[in-house]
Design a binder for this molecule. Sequence first.
Ligand SMILES: *[C@@H]1O[C@H](CO)[C@@H](O)[C@H](O)[C@H]1NC(C)=O
Ligand SMILES: *[C@@H]1O[C@H](CO)[C@@H](O)[C@H](O)[C@H]1NC(C)=O
Length: 221
Amino acid sequence: MVQLSTSVYLLGGLLGLFLPSPVLMAPTPASMCTPLRTLNDSLSHRRRYMKHNFPINYTIRVHHKEIFKLSDINRMRLQVEQLDALVLQRLWFQVNQGVLKKIIRVMPERHPSRPYTTELERRFRDAEGVFVQSHPTEVFQQELPETIQDTWDHLTEETDRVPESSWRFAPPKLLLDNFCHTMHCLFSECFAGTEAQQHCEYNRALGIRDVSSMSHSLLTS
Ligand SMILES: *[C@@H]1O[C@H](CO)[C@@H](O)[C@H](O)[C@H]1NC(C)=O
Ligand SMILES: *[C@@H]1O[C@H](CO)[C@@H](O)[C@H](O)[C@H]1NC(C)=O
């Protein structure tokens, strides 16, 4: 028994050593899943509306922080110990609000993708409304970890104060791909088994949790 617990302890220690610290879990409230899945339905048409209706290689100008990918989430998790999932979800809303605004801005009134994009934005707002309602207000007043606050400040900077070097050109389809994949990652409870999750370290940390609870039951049995 002593040997077993020692090896289990060692296993735990090794896992702890080699894996990034797990994200503190703020489980997504079940009420979030309905608006997010509605949003996901809209996003499934993104190729048609964000690619086919635009000139080949069309790009729009966005802040480089608005190119928000799974790898950015993974990097932030490594930079900030015990990063709360809720903080990343807030950041996701902030980023994509700006992305949608910029996509809509480049489309003339009669652009064939305009109704699609305004509907997408409406659904996004609905999801944001549910998100805000389903958490206590204090959560949104909490101080953010420094690197996250830094990103936040860049995202909310006035357009004419953003230095030239911070702008990037990105195809609208790519921006919505990021939108979709990071959503699957950050609200994983609503999107079990999607491809993005395989690249989402955040969920891998959950897998590790299962291992440690298994060792725990071995110890106590
Ligand atoms: C999200 O949309 C994709 C299509 O883009 C679909 O395959 C998947 O089943 C949807 N997920 C949910 C949970 O609605
Ligand atoms: C689009 O970009 C690709 C890759 O950069 C390039 O090979 C292609 O010629 C471009 N097409 C047009 C129509 O500009």
